[in-house]
Design a protein around this ligand. Sequence first.
Ligand code: MIC
Ligand code: SF4
Length: 646
Amino acid sequence: MPLNIVEKIFQSHLVYGELKAGVPVGLKVDEVYTQDATGTMAWLQFEAMKIDRVKVPVAVSYVDHNMVQSNYMNPDDHAFLQSAAKRFGAYFSRPGNGICHQVNLERFATPGWIALGTDSHTPTNGGAAMLAIGVGGLDAATVMAGSPFELNMPMITQIRLSGKLRTPYVTAMDVILEILRRLTVKGGVGRIFEYGGKGVETLDVTERATITNMGAELGATTSIFPSDERTLEFLRAQGREAAWIELKPDEGAKYDKIIELDLSAIEPMVARPHSPDNVVSVRELAGTKVDQVCIGGCTNSSYQSMRAVASILKGKTVSERTNLLINPGSRQVYDMIARDGSLIELLAAGVRMLESSCGPCIGMGGAPGTGQSSVRTFNRNFEGRSGTKDASVYLASPVTCAVAAIAGEFQDVLASALNVTALEEPAMYPVCDNMIIPPSSSELEPIIKGPNIKEVPVKAPLEDDINAEVLIKLGNNITTDDIMPAGAKVLPYRSNIPAISGFVFSNIDSEFVKRAEEARPKGGGIIIGGENYGQGSSREHAALAPMYLGVQAVITISFARIHRSNLINFGILPLTFEDTGIIGKINQGDRLIIKGLKESLANGQTYRVEDATGGFTFTCTSSLNGRERDLILMGGLLPYTKAQTS
Ligand code: MIC
Ligand code: SF4
């Protein structure tokens, strides 16, 4: 049977299951990587499993998010991660070396391999034909401990590219913004996007990586490009030619759906506040004032992008009403713009250069002023994520951003006379891995834990009844940033669940935590959500902290993939409404009673829910597979793994 690329990779890594959409499959994983904001939990959980060394061929621990060192907490986390990497046999990418996805693409991405990363933008590596999936920290820890990775086989959609981008005006960022405009933030749920068609060869690996990076915003499990001559060029330029294999779909390979996209018809696009799918053409925004511009991050940090920006800014000055911040995604890219003189051009134009880290993308510095607008080459513009609640954040390409920075407002990029150096893939990147500490051979390394690093809390096994209060009722597309905010104030508590729990829903409802704490001794709480609940980041804190606050179940219309897994991993029951019409009748503060949970879990997964306050009943369902059912029964993945290994 002819296979597509995704099926080929799944087939060669299959431990159990069948390649049929919706069926659970177990996969052998080649690489696991973590970043600091999610990695401390992952490595604490790995430590709790009492395994000596990681059992995957490659494990890498990156430090890129929590870089502002306003007190001891973030540097303590970095020291912990470095010591854990040494102790357990992982590479350690030191702070300053760059953002995990950019560095992984440069130094580790391998066509045909499977990678898991504790960050939702792990699919960036799909630009180099690696099947790379974002997961929660506990899933990563379990796989590093030797388990296969289990997921329900996604549907595979082909995006068939034709034509050629109108470079330098139109870039890969505009391609993914156009796809988001068409498909929305729910369009990829349960799917993998495989790119194909003649247009593929017109894009180099870093352009492909921009597209697969932001496939995360479609809700997709991952996105992947073929491995071809362009992939070989990239790997050769990174000194990693030996990692190349050709990877193409077989003639006649099947997809559940095919979407046609003509690259030559795409124009410069912008996502408006506060969602990455709120996309319009930049023409429609021409003249809108821009107070801040940020370029870089893990979506648009290639050398080619930085060079294009520098050439637009050369000899000009950033508008006096605008601040321009640049965080190149890796030290390699920084190195290149320093060597070729771009850095001088940027500084001379008035750019504020930041270190190679996530920075303003996650509210670690670079917050806009009150009510200001910020246009960024990043991938998310959720309300409040920039660190400023009433800021208006837009997402656009590096070219659109550079033009806006000079003008102090959006400009019709296609109509501007740009002096852009459009670059081809460099023949050789300056490869230097001195900031990546290789796995040590010592198993006796001490693990360093600062006072802010606390034990991971564990839930008790499932009881037969839930009798809990509706703590909050929410709409559609609630993000994990809404549930568990990030930013310079909250992120340093990522290793301290009791402390970070104090911030759950704090951007939406400052009374939530108080209500949850009051409800905890009285049976705990329930969250009511809408469609695509938990979209966005992979942070398991958005499940772990509510669990710590006594949340027993979340009832929604539908869940985003990673968050659903995280809820199950921490023993919170994910339920969906059978009839969504009932949602209007449920109120915050209502007492919901669900009896006979174990019986329902074993037989049919249908639950009768009594709203004791409203005096009515309704039905919910769950769609847990066998393993997920066991996890819920035992209180989550940690107790489950302990039971299996003891
Ligand atoms: C993000 O972009 O939201 C993050 C911060 O990188 C997260 C991970 C985290 O919350 O630590 C992600 O994308 O998964
Ligand atoms: Fe970092 Fe932003 Fe990329 Fe997340 S999306 S990994 S915060 S640069």
